[in-house]
Design a protein around this ligand. Structure first.
Ligand SMILES: [Zn+2]
Ligand SMILES: [Zn+2]
Length: 333
């Protein structure tokens, strides 16, 4: 039986690019160390920062919240968790439960934004009424809400994208020559004060497999199910499979790609209208109204961006200990 390269206890994992075996405790420490070095290397978080982690209820968000919660004291930042209940049947009910249980166990203040409770429709109803694919509607809701939370709280938004996700996205964007999109896949996407929140990806160097084993090693609650709208025949999934086969032959191939991407991200073209404001809600938009305001206008009869921003301030006022009328930088607009 393989033994932990650190302490000699029975091993649960082998890390091929290190040629080391780990027991559960040392494996968890290995992943936590990786996240800490990534945060430092790319200057993701500074002392005194406020960080909101996007928590879906899946394994990557569990890894994200757990590693950040262990680092918040040492690095001196405030940490909050934000979960969007997308209203996708049982999947969303179970995801929400997992997110609530995770935040409770890690003692991180959590805010849940339920599309059904707040807007009166979930992703499936919105997609049917708009005649658009559920994943595209879902993407617009999520991007808008994460950004709004970051702007309203003056916080950085941390997402649980792992190395496998980011390597596959960058390859997909290369295939379609979406160069601006590749430029946004680095470890940090700088925001614009009052308009767009800074995005950070602390799992930039953590593989999907490592994220899964970490949650097992730390015994974290998470939902094992995939979203019912996820498709195994999608290009994203096929690119991931292909990269996995290559990675088996060449360990750390993906990490090499991402490390080069981090250096070159700034050389990719930037969107021309990167400072434009939505005429309705005042957040970042590429044309008159942002996609969230346009979408909610069709669904609810009026653009809801401005109202959602106010709701987010109210919801967070309970956990940040600040009055809801307080503006944390950039709510004018
Ligand atoms: Zn050990
Ligand atoms: Zn808007």
């Amino acid at each position: 039986m393989a033994r932990c390269s650190v302490c000699g206890a029975p091993a649960i994992a082998y890390v091929p690019y290190q040629r080391r075996y780990y027991c559960p405790e040392h494996y968890a420490e290995f992943v936590e160390g990786k996240v800490e070095r990534t945060i430092e290397k790319y200057k993701m978080i500074r002392e005194g920062d406020r960080v909101v982690a996007a928590v879906s209820g899946g394994k990557d968000s569990a890894t994200l919240l757990s590693t950040l919660s262990r680092l918040r004291g040492k690095l001196g930042f405030e940490l909050y968790a934000f979960h969007i209940d997308l209203g996708i049947g049982d999947y969303s009910v179970e995801s929400r439960k997992a997110a609530v249980e995770l935040a409770r166990r890690l003692r991180v203040p959590l805010v849940v934004f339920s599309l059904w409770e707040e807007l009166g429709y979930g992703v499936p109803e919105a997609a049917v009424r708009l005649r658009r694919p559920a994943c595209s509607v879902c993407g617009i809701f999520k991007r808008y809400l994460y950004n709004a939370v970051g702007v309203e709280l003056g916080a950085k938004v941390a997402t649980g994208h792992n190395a496998d996700d980011l390597a596959a996205y960058s390859l997909k964007n290369f295939l379609f020559q979406e160069l601006e999109a590749i430029g946004k896949l680095g470890p940090v996407q700088e925001g614009v004060p009052g308009l767009a929140a800074t995005r950070i990806r602390p799992l930039y160097t953590v593989y999907e497999k490592e994220s899964f084993l970490y949650t097992v090693a730390r015994g974290l609650p998470f939902l094992h199910r995939e979203c019912p709208h996820a498709r195994l025949d999608s290009l994203d999934f096929k690119l991931k499979e292909m990269l996995n086969r290559l990675e088996e032959e060449r360990p750390s191939l993906k990490l090499g790609l991402l490390s080069r991407l981090a250096k070159r991200a700034k050389d990719y073209p930037r969107p021309k209208e990167s400072y434009a404001r939505c005429e309705s809600c005042g957040l970042l938009s590429s044309s008159g109204k942002c996609s969230f305001c346009r979408l909610t206008e069709r669904l609810s009869g009026e653009p809801l961006g401005g109202w959602v921003r106010k709701r987010i301030r109210e919801l967070f006022s309970g956990v940040t200990g600040q009055p809801s009328s307080c503006t944390w930088g950039g709510t004018s607009g």
